[in-house]
Design a binder for this molecule. Structure first.
Ligand SMILES: *Cc1c(COP(=O)(O)O)cnc(C)c1O
Length: 367
């Protein structure tokens, strides 16, 4: 049985006509940038995320970048980031001229360890960027307490965790401004690039609406040096169709994960995902760990099972960040995760047979 790492078919096939009709409405409206579809989706996503404001932008990286600008983070500032995140989190910090300061994650949940944040805070620290990695909500109550104690702003990177909760609050609703991504493979994915910022701060939202549109709120009058980073009208229309299905797709992901947890329990040398007390996990990715990662990946590939590595090189060891002079060995947890993590197939609509076949193949490797 061929089992791809990700298949869109079970999500996209049943809503094909609905999505094509939404695209046709934009086509016929003759209004292609910042029109009704973006306004409607922003309202729907703000409601979903239980925040006052949603500002649609071109992608998740821009959502993080513009959030930092709107919060006045700039040159000379330090921003606390996880040592084991996707590089976009760090790039957003670099774009505003600030310095990413890595903090190690918990070795079990892979999310920023709140207990380690304080040691990394200096007089230059201005912000914390928690990343809800793989779909699990960070321990936001503890992180927000650290931020309050040190007068720091918080920008959640919610690209992987739409709909996850920490102590009952939704990811993307805790920070001052929070970025998410609608890259096709994300839990809520567009048919191309897209992103958004969620916030309860009306002034920040206003600033972001200007920043994404040339620094202009009134056409041809520019109050700040802005960007062209608008959520595309067609993508917004597609996202509005998909959003009502997200809770069901999330449940399906959680069912697949629960089945994996059952079928893979007790294998010596295989670490399964661990969810922190108070957090929920929406399983953007189902990541296991083993010292024999590369051999396991090859074993699964030989049986037609697709896997990916999230992520093979931690940001501090990327050539792009050589100038920070953070040597190998400096962030051992991030480095170990990069060496041992493997993401198994995970998508809504994966059947019981798919999950069992993957689990059998994993078991046969360790036997
Ligand atoms: C996908 C992702 C981003 C960036 O989103 P894009 O829409 O691809 O720019 C940022 N952070 C994390 C953790 C991501 O997974």
């Amino acid at each position: 049985m061929q089992i791809p790492f990700l298949s869109f078919s079970p999500q996209h096939h049943p809503i094909r006509e609905e999505v094509l009709a939404a695209i046709a409405r934009v086509y016929d409206s003759q209004w292609y940038v910042l029109g009704q579809a973006v306004t409607d989706f922003e309202a729907a996503y703000a409601a979903f995320n239980q925040v006052e404001h949603c500002v649609g932008v071109a992608n998740g990286l821009d959502a993080l970048h513009l959030s930092l600008i709107a919060l006045n983070i700039g040159p000379g500032d330090e921003v606390i980031v996880p040592s084991n995140t996707y590089i976009a989190t760090w790039l957003a910090v670099s774009f505003v001229g600030a310095t990413p300061v890595p903090v190690e994650p918990s070795a079990t949940t892979y999310n920023l360890d709140p207990a380690l944040i304080e040691a990394a805070i200096t007089p230059r620290t201005k912000a914390i960027m928690p990343v809800h990695l793989y779909g699990q909500a960070c321990e936001m109550t503890a992180i927000m307490a650290v931020a309050r104690r040190h007068n720091l702003v918080v920008v959640e990177d919610n690209a992987q965790a739409q709909g996850a909760t920490a102590d009952g609050g939704l990811t993307g609703s805790f920070g001052n401004a929070n970025g998410t991504s609608f890259y096709p493979g994300k839990n809520l994915g567009a048919l191309g690039d897209g992103g958004a910022i969620t916030t309860n701060d009306a002034e920040i939202a206003q600033r972001l609406r200007s920043l994404r549109n040339y620094g202009s709120q009134k056409k041809y009058y520019n109050e700040v040096i802005g960007y062209n980073s608008r959520l595309d009208e067609m993508q917004a229309a597609v996202l509005s169709v998909k959003l009502p299905y997200l809770p069901d797709w999330t449940r399906q992901r959680q069912q697949v994960a629960a089945r994996y947890n059952d079928l893979l329990a007790g294998i010596e040398g295989l670490q399964l995902p661990v969810v922190a007390a108070g957090s929920t996990h929406v399983y953007h990715l189902y990541v296991v760990r083993t010292n024999q990662r590369d051999a396991l990946q090859q074993h699964l590939a030989a049986q037609g099972i697709g896997t990916l590595i999230h992520y093979p090189v931690p940001p501090h060891m990327q050539q792009a960040y050589a100038h920070l002079q953070l040597p190998a060995g400096r962030f051992p947890i991030a480095e170990e995760l990069a060496a041992t993590s493997l993401s198994l197939p995970m998508w809504p609509g994966m059947t019981e047979e798919h999950v069992a076949a993957v689990a059998d193949a994993v078991r046969s490797f360790f036997n």
